[in-house]
Design a protein around this ligand. Structure first.
Ligand SMILES: O=c1ccn([C@H]2C[C@H](O)[C@@H](COP(=O)(O)OP(=O)(O)OP(=O)(O)O)O2)c(=O)[nH]1
Ligand SMILES: [Mg+2]
Length: 152
């Protein structure tokens, strides 16, 4: 377990809303809540940037967090993320925000405190670039890609 600093930006945490926690021992994601004051009507095609009421400071450059859709919301209701995936840098200290996109055909109402997305901590490898004119070793794949090996 890594210990990450978290700042509560919304008074409802600890009272009405519990802090994010792993639902089971094997959970990879921590659900994030919509810290809104009123129910939000998300019309089909609409995107809203919602506060989660929390700020985190990961601090370790070898870690990051990603925000992803919850599968139930995404599959059943078309509620995914406007940025597809949110990347939280280790030096970001601002409010954690979730871009919620209704890609479905029906209105969806987000209630205050709804768990609208999930956050996963991931290891990060930073790289430097070694500028070359050609690669010394030609790999088996070489420049093939984008489905060149077929479907079956
Ligand atoms: O879903 C998200 C995505 C990003 N962020 C915050 C944390 C992240 O560290 C910062 C910047 O995100 P990113 O680098 O993806 O956005 P950008 O458009 O490149 O902004 P910047 O120029 O600030 O890097 O915004 C969120 O709160 N939620
Ligand atoms: Mg950026």
């Amino acid at each position: 377990m890594n210990n990450i600093d978290v700042k509560i930006l919304d008074r409802r945490f600890g009272d009405c809303f519990p802090l994010p926690a792993y639902a089971t021992r094997g959970s990879a994601g921590l659900d994030l809540r919509a810290c809104i004051d009123e129910p939000l009507v998300l019309a089909p095609g609409e995107t809203h940037l919602l506060p989660t009421g929390l700020a985190i400071h990961i601090a370790d450059p070898n870690l990051a967090a990603v925000i992803m859709p919850r599968s139930g919301l995404g599959h059943k209701h078309g509620i995914v993320l406007g940025n597809m995936i949110g990347l939280i840098d280790s030096d970001y200290q601002g409010p954690l925000m979730v871009s919620v996109w209704n890609r479905g055909q029906e209105i969806f109402i987000v209630e205050p405190g709804d768990r609208i997305a999930q956050m996963v901590f991931i290891p990060i490898v930073q790289a430097t670039f070694n500028l070359v004119n050609s690669f010394i070793n030609i790999s088996e794949r070489n420049e093939s890609g984008f489905g060149h090996s077929g479907r079956q």
